[in-house]
Design a protein around this ligand. Structure first.
Ligand SMILES: [Zn+2]
Ligand SMILES: [Zn+2]
Length: 263
């Protein structure tokens, strides 16, 4: 049975300081879910736990009192609206959520590819595909050895343009298949969700071969996938479903490939 696009587990609202669309409210996000026939959605604003010490710059911007100001989320009889977050690992590989805080969220997305955030995710600016490829691998490996409740964790946007401006494809091409198999075998063992939000619709075949390779390998390794638009604005919500359907087709995903959140 074909994978059903019935959810979106990566959505930002105005609580994220990088969301500049005032109309991106929880009510508008619930409407988006209704219009697209989704059964489950998750609000995942950026989060850095103020109890976690870090040398990075971002600490005070998205603490728990800030991200939880959206609660209670609007409800609907047919849609489960989950409360999640998107956290980071700093340049010392400190994760932005304390062990105790995992219970406060239904789902936690970890972004390992915000490589454009020097001073936070990486210590200094990344300027070559080689450096970007190194950090892509290194951050995932550092995350996967942590003792975490991986069944409620998703790994965000593994092929985002944030890996290296205009050179994300070059960086990804440098990572050998064997390294990807090693990483995604661990992801599969841990039961962590792999996010799908790459916009495949406008890619050339050559670009698709590069951008989809991690997901194809992840699928072979038995990983489970969730859809996440990473929308920061209403216009991004508007085209999310079409994009989801395309990537499901590209990867030939089945319902058995789906990552499910059990809050
Ligand atoms: Zn992100
Ligand atoms: Zn995001």
């Amino acid at each position: 049975m074909r994978y059903i696009a019935d959810h979106d587990f990566h959505i930002h609202s105005t609580v994220s300081r990088c969301c500049h669309d005032e109309s991106q409210t929880p009510d508008a996000i619930l409407d988006y879910a209704k219009e697209n026939g989704f059964k489950k959605i998750c609000l995942t604003n950026h989060f850095w736990d103020n109890t976690v010490k870090s040398e990075a710059d971002w600490i005070d911007e998205h603490d728990f009192s800030h991200v939880s100001s959206v609660l209670p989320l609007p409800s609907d009889n047919n849609i489960e609206f989950l409360f999640g977050c998107e956290t980071d690992m700093d340049f010392n590989n400190v994760l932005g959520i304390s062990r105790e805080r995992f219970d406060a969220f239904d789902f936690i997305i970890v972004a390992t590819t915000h490589l454009h955030l020097e001073g936070n995710t990486v210590r200094t600016k990344i300027s070559t595909p080689e450096e970007a490829a190194f950090h892509w691998v290194d951050k995932l490996e550092k995350l996967l050895v942590k003792d975490l409740p991986f069944h409620k964790i998703g790994i965000a946007h593994l092929t985002t343009g944030h890996i290296l401006k205009n050179q994300t494809a070059e960086a990804l091409s440098l990572i050998p298949d064997a390294t990807m198999y090693s990483i995604f075998s661990k992801c599969s063992d841990k039961g962590v969700g792999i996010e799908l939000n790459v916009k495949t619709i406008n890619l050339t075949d050559e670009q698709k071969n590069i951008i989809l390779r991690p997901y194809i390998i992840a699928k072979e390794c038995g990983c489970r996938f969730y859809l996440g638009s990473d929308s920061h604005k209403a216009s991004a919500l508007a085209c999310a479903k079409e994009n989801f359907e395309d990537i499901i087709t590209q990867l030939n995903l089945k319902e058995s490939d789906k990552f499910i959140i059990h809050p």
